[in-house]
Design a protein around this ligand. Structure first.
Ligand SMILES: Cc1ncc(C[n+]2csc(CCOP(=O)(O)OP(=O)(O)O)c2C)c(N)n1
Ligand code: SF4
Ligand SMILES: [Mg+2]
Length: 351
């Protein structure tokens, strides 16, 4: 993989956070994703969130699977720990790392293919076990990296770039996360940074399994009329068949949705995304009501965004397993090699 290094110099009066770091200190190398890809906007929101949180970069561990979305941890938090794992296997690697060292802040980054297809089992178990992490799915409804096959989150009836309709029911990862016991569930849109940055900050600060589904349009393979996860505008009047390999310079559409309002974000190719931000009376503590609300709006073709569910009970896998608080690499011989006496007692307790 090639990386384009960013110039080290920056303006001396860039704002600094409580640690004296600038936003640049939370960046990575220049992204090699397609210009206008929603995933880059999410990376920018993550950088902004950690800068605003004034998190020491060395305290963050970012883990991912395989896909364009899973490549993105290369492009943010360049001074943090990183592990790019196997397709759909990030959750088990993250779980292991978390069990070995609870002192780090865990950020799992995945795609809809990575989490809703090959990794669906891992997705389910990492949420139901309450691993303390922020799990972000950059959801574009396609396998971007392998050139645009429908993913399991593609809406029924939505059309591929070649015009084929998806006949399968979609997996709604938010509904799944609610069912599986995630204690923080939210949905954002890569084009609404004003909403996304606070959601990321809140998820990072939540103890337990925090899940964030971010609709993140793929400008290369899912930006045509008939797609429900697109903001493409450049080729509004072109033939779809010409989209195959051309990567125009595109700017993401930015939607700023007032609380309680429904807004249609026009796609310049004739489609649209409708966003509803939850109104002030919405109770994110009522899971059953949240699920009913989401299902009703989904039937209307709307995409509900915001903090959808919060259980602030502060319980995670370590509490359930009663694990030792110290990171395993900080344990010395007295803990790791307690001697024959302790072994004898343990064996006796098992007889
Ligand atoms: C075990 C395995 N199966 C299949 C692949 C091929 N593959 C690579 S990325 C990918 C899908 C990625 O889709 P998604 O997670 O939605 O990420 P996106 O590129 O859309 O961001 C697939 C099927 C692989 N790398 N490994
Ligand atoms: S193929 Fe799609 S998901 Fe991948 S970088 Fe390009 S626009 Fe983004
Ligand atoms: Mg995808």
């Amino acid at each position: 993989m090639t990386y384009l290094a960013k110039p080290r110099l920056h303006h001396p009066s860039l704002p600094t956070n409580a640690l004296g770091f600038t936003r640049r200190d939370y960046e990575g190398p220049v992204s090699t994703l397609c210009a206008g890809c929603g995933h880059d906007s999410i990376s920018a929101a993550i950088i902004q969130a950690f800068f605003e949180l004034a998190t020491p970069p060395h305290r963050v561990a970012k883990l991912s699977g395989i896909g364009c979305s899973s490549k993105t941890p290369s492009y943010f938090l360049g001074q943090s720990h990183g592990f790019n794992s196997v397709h759909g296997r990030m959750p088990s690697v993250l779980t292991g790392a978390n069990l070995a060292n609870r002192d780090l802040i865990y950020l799992g980054v995945s795609g809809d293919g990575d989490s809703a297809s090959i990794g669906l089992g891992q997705f389910a178990h990492v949420l139901r076990r309450g691993v303390n992490m922020t799990y972000i799915v950059e959801n574009n409804g396609v396998y971007g990296l392998t050139k645009g096959q429908f993913s399991a989150t593609a809406d029924k009836g939505s059309k591929s770039k070649r015009g084929a309709a998806n006949e399968d029911e979609p997996i709604d990862l938010v509904m799944l996360a609610l069912t599986l016991g995630a204690t923080f569930v939210a949905r954002g849109f890569s084009g609404d940074k004003g909403q996304l940055v606070p959601l990321i900050k809140a998820a990072v600060q939540h103890k337990g399994a925090a899940f964030l589904d971010v609709i993140s349009p793929c400008v290369a393979f899912n930006n045509h009329p008939g797609s429900t996860k697109s903001y493409d505008y450049v080729r509004a009047h072109n033939e779809t068949v010409n989209f195959l390999d051309y990567m125009p310079d595109r700017e993401p559409i930015v939607a700023d949705v007032a609380p309680g309002s429904l807004q249609t974000v026009p796609l310049h190719d004739g489609g649209s995304i409708r966003l509803r931000r939850l109104d002030a009376d919405y109770d994110p503590g009522d899971k059953v009501a949240a699920m009913a609300y989401l299902e009703a709006r989904r039937a209307q073709g709307e995409v509900v965004t915001g903090l959808l569910y919060l259980d602030a009970s502060d319980f995670d896998l370590h509490d359930a397993q009663n694990t030792i608080a110290a990171p395993l690499n900080a344990l010395g011989d007295p803990d790791l090699v307690p001697g024959n006496g302790v072994l004898g007692k343990l064996n006796a307790s098992l007889r």
